[in-house]
Ligand binder design. Structure first.
Ligand SMILES: C[S@@+](CC[C@H](N)C(=O)[O-])C[C@H]1O[C@@H](n2cnc3c(N)ncnc32)[C@H](O)[C@@H]1O
Length: 453
């Protein structure tokens, strides 16, 4: 195939899909990289960095553009708006691209996209920004703290205000910094197939940089790799990409061999497969999700890994499944949530969430918990988890649940090592925060059902 594709044009396409058509950035970037597999490592890295960086810093970038453009960013044509955004990202954050090249490429791209008449505008705004970037004035941190944080860390102000009500200022600032610092990828070794040391050696042989984790014996951090799905160890099902926080779900559940586990919201199957691994070829995991597409995703992972003690099943968690009543030793309820803890990985979530959508999620979470709590055997365990950091979706839901159901919180402090330690673990729950705990923002509560015997 000929290399006729222009990387900047691909980036423009990604930005337009995300900002004008509601596409999710991590999915659209992955699709583009899959489609243009012949691009070299440097080109792939450039596409990923500029697309993610532009989306991640969009509030800050728009603030800067608005100081130099007579037409406000919201009034611009989508193509021009996106070209300016990706160019300002490069001017502000990428020393490797000379400013003159950024401006020239932007003008060429605008022309190629049919905006010959606006090339003077694009050129003028960008050259002006490139000359005066250091002179931009930002909101005062002391006088308008939420506005300051919102612009400097590109977080919608309503989210900043919400977090400032729940956490101290310096914690919120660190969380926001954490979202912008990219961590290395964490993987979980499938220890029923290979030891962690063997997996480490295998990855090293493929030239991948691997570090052990202090938090869990079977977790590894990998870096310096191109694509995961071509790694031999991945194809053989020896590991699963998973954040440490997500690994803690099956860890704190303390799954014993021969147990029956129901994961009520399982796709793409990370926690279900972890539970199956912990069962060491015994027991049974039922990995449920809402739609056929989601079931296919789980099945793809099950097939790759090759476990036989797990099956995927389509089932709406809101509808009571009479056959499961009081049958499960462990129910995993890793429920749909606002996802505000994983903004580092799913960059555009912060722009798509609204207070109204978040309230609807709280109701959904309570409705699902009420149904699936009934599948837990007396004396069994329900793990409630979300990848968000808002009290309403987390602790407030747990408080509501234990007030209205025969469950009690149970200590999880024995499972939390090193930087995961926290004051609330003894009480049965943990709220992990990006940067502070060096994980995704994630909530886990362990609930034990009353044993009537
Ligand atoms: C946070 S994700 C689960 C991630 C998964 N536990 C893992 O570790 O890979 C939430 C999942 O809930 C599913 N979901 C949403 N509403 C549902 C419902 N009513 N019934 C079952 N699954 C649902 C979504 O399709 C999504 O896959």
């Amino acid at each position: 195939m000929t290399k006729s594709v222009n990387t900047r044009e691909l980036i423009l396409g990604i930005l337009l899909e995300v900002t004008e058509h509601e596409a999710y950035s991590h999915l659209i970037i992955r699709n583009v990289l899959d489609k243009y597999q012949y691009l070299d490592k440097q080109e792939r890295a450039f596409i990923t960095r500029v697309s993610e960086g532009t989306i991640e810093n969009m509030i800050l970038i728009d603030y800067i553009i608005n100081q130099f453009s007579k037409v406000s960013i919201n009034k611009m044509k989508p193509v021009i708006r996106s070209i300016l955004r990706m160019s300002v990202y490069q001017l502000k954050f990428m020393d490797s691209v000379p400013d003159s090249a950024v401006c020239n490429e932007a003008v060429k791209l605008a022309t190629r996209k049919g905006f010959h008449n606006l090339k003077g505008f694009v050129n003028g705004v960008l050259r002006n920004i490139s000359r005066n970037l250091e002179q931009v004035t930002f909101p005062d941190e002391k006088k308008t703290p939420s506005k300051y944080l919102s612009i400097m860390y590109s977080m919608p102000e309503w989210i900043v205000e919400k977090w400032l009500e729940e956490y101290e200022y310096h914690i919120v600032k660190r969380i926001l910094e954490g979202f912008l610092n990219k961590n290395s990828t964490t993987i979980r070794c499938n220890t029923s197939k290979i030891t962690t040391e063997e997996l480490k050696a295998m990855l090293n042989q493929e030239g991948i940089q691997v570090n052990s984790s202090n938090c869990l014996d079977y977790a590894l951090e990998i870096s310096d790799y191109n694509r995961i799905n071509v790694m031999e160890a991945f194809k053989k099902g020896f590991f699963q990409v998973q954040d440490i926080s997500s690994m803690l779900v099956a860890e704190v559940a303390d799954i014993k061999e021969n147990s029956y586990v129901i994961d009520v919201c399982a796709a793409p199957g990370g926690k279900s497969l972890h539970a199956a691994d912990k069962l060491k070829e015994t027991g049974y995991v039922e990995a449920r999700d809402l739609t056929e597409n989601k079931i296919t995703l789980i099945e793809e992972n099950i097939n790759r890994i090759g476990f036989t003690n797990i099956e995927a099943r389509q089932q709406d968690a809101l509808i009571l499944d009479e056959k499961s009543l009081e049958k499960a030793d462990v129910v995993l309820a890793d429920l749909p949530c606002s996802g505000l803890g994983v903004i580092a990985k799913k960059t555009d979530i912060k722009y798509k969430m609204t207070p109204k959508k978040q309230s609807a999620l709280v109701k959904l979470q309570r409705d699902i918990l009420h149904v699936v709590g009934q599948y837990v055997k007396p004396g069994g365990v329900l793990i409630y988890s979300t990848c968000t950091i808002n009290r309403e979706e987390n602790l407030e839901n747990v408080s509501w649940f234990i007030q209205n159901h025969e469950f009690e919180l149970e200590s999880i402090s024995n499972y939390l090592k090193d930087k995961l330690q926290c004051d609330t673990a003894e009480s049965g729950y943990v709220q992990l925060l990006p940067e502070i705990n060096e994980t995704d923002g994630f909530f886990i509560a362990k609930l034990r059902k009353a044993d009537r015997q």
